[in-house]
Design a binder for this molecule. Structure first.
Ligand code: PLP
Length: 427
């Protein structure tokens, strides 16, 4: 039995499903997850010593590549000074200043420890600020696992949704309207039906949790306009896209300014940091200034903040995003060319350091379209790549990530391996 299998069996005895987050279990592709022993730059090594070119990137945070020496040093130094104080530190001010200086919409920011906490808190704040209860989210967007967000659309427009997890009472999601991504008309109808009841619209402004799906021209602009017109808070969940799609997130790329933004992943540089922030007049409603409660024992943890701050500083180096964008596009375009040359229905897309690959002819614009991809072919592709030392995300519904440590040669190697794998897929 392989070492990875041994570990997976052992893990399953004490950890439900053997993993601490479901997608790691390889359920949608089958097979045995690789237990990672160490990682450096663009590579991970599993428990058998096999090396992989890694496009999971810890699901987004590893934008500089794994274990960047300066980030590791910053963590070590911070740890020497104490692991957690439960009292304010100067480093928290520095990271808040760094975030506010970079993200156009954020005048103030509050740190938390995960993306889930960030979105949950931002929604509570939007509700407290507007004194309204309903929220709008979009099918296929993931905003963490807070109860009111684990919901999928019901059978018709503006009908009640259904929980996507057991343990979520119907009452907890009755205020959540789930609409199709890129369907501005549906958002307009929702506002017409509930003009004074919608507290916020929360969206991944480029979605990375149904593979990669971009907004159609005018969609985000339309959301901005409707939220302003009806007095609702527009929340951009940039947990994934923040400092990943571009140096100022999607708000920087599009020039559209949300009222609140949520961040995590990159801003922790591999350590647990999340954040939410935005207009100062809205942020003034959070405790201790206002009546919206929000707190955390490890919020602003000094070791995690040191990793995040160093990461943000290194991202500011000239040419970082140009290079990242070029490498990622080289990968996406290269995969598409090779798959099509092999006669496969395949398309790919990218933005900044994120990419999507789809076993269908055209780039999708909604969850329904993503769902039309050939999942069986993806599964074969995934395993073909993994066996040859390239680790993509183990699901056809996840985006992929390139880091600053991926050089042109890593991408070329990936592409020639993909060419070999694509040739095996055409039956
Ligand atoms: N929001 C988005 C857009 C995400 O991609 C994720 C996680 O993948 C979350 C929120 C939840 O973040 P976390 O897993 O840190 O709780």
């Amino acid at each position: 039995m392989s070492r990875n299998s041994e570990l997976f069996d052992r893990a399953a005895k004490t950890i439900p499903g053997g993993v601490n987050s479901p997608v790691r279990a390889f359920r949608s592709v089958g097979g045995t997850p690789r237990f990672i022993q160490r990682a450096k730059g663009p590579y991970t090594w599993d428990a058998e010593g096999t090396r992989y070119i890694d496009y999971v990137g810890s699901w987004g945070p590893a934008i500089l590549g794994h274990a960047h020496p300066e980030v590791v040093r910053a963590v070590q130094q911070a740890a020497e000074n104490g692991l957690s104080f439960g009292a304010p530190t100067e480093a928290e001010i520095e990271i808040a200043e760094a975030i506010v200086a970079r993200m156009p919409s954020m005048e103030q920011v509050r740190l938390v420890s995960s993306g889930t906490e960030a979105t949950m808190s931002a929604i509570r704040l939007a509700r407290g600020y507007t004194n309204r209860t309903r929220i709008i989210k979009f099918e296929g967007c993931y905003h963490g696992h807070a109860d009111s967000l684990l919901v999928k659309a019901g059978s018709g427009l503006l009908t009640f949704g259904n929980p996507t997890s057991s343990g979520v009472p119907a009452e907890f999601i009755q205020h959540t309207l789930v609409l199709d991504y890129n369907d501005l008309g549906a958002v307009e109808s929702a506002f017409q039906k509930y003009p004074d009841e919608i507290a916020c619209v929360i969206i991944e402004p480029i979605a990375g949790n149904m593979n990669l799906v971009k907004p159609r021209p005018g969609f985000l602009e339309g959301l901005r306009e409707l939220c302003t017109r009806y007095g609702a808070v527009l929340i951009f969940d940039e947990v994934m896209t923040g400092f990943r799609a571009g140096p100022q997130g999607v708000q920087g790329l599009t020039g559209i300014t949300p009222d609140l933004t949520t961040l995590a992943k990159v801003i922790g540089g591999g350590m647990p940091v999340g954040a939410f922030g935005g207009r100062a007049d809205i942020m003034a409603h959070i405790a201790p200034l206002g009546s919206v409660y929000q707190a955390g024992t490890l919020s602003g943890n000094p070791v995690a903040v040191a990793a995040g701050l160093t990461t943000l500083r290194l991202l500011g180096e000239p040419g970082f995003y140009e290079n990242l964008t070029e490498r990622t596009s080289q990968l996406a375009v290269g995969l598409q060319e090779r798959a099509r040359a092999a006669g496969l229905a395949f398309s790919a897309d990218s933005v900044g350091g994120m990419f999507g690959i789809y076993f269908r002819d055209t780039v999708p614009t909604s969850l329904a379209e993503v769902s039309e991809s050939d999942v069986e072919l993806f599964r074969k592709f995934f395993h073909g790549m993994l066996e040859r030392g390239v680790h993509f995300a183990p699901s056809a519904f996840e985006a992929g990530f390139v880091s600053g440590a991926h050089e042109a040669t890593h991408i070329e190697e990936t592409l020639s391996i993909a060419e070999e794998v694509f040739a095996t897929l055409k039956s």
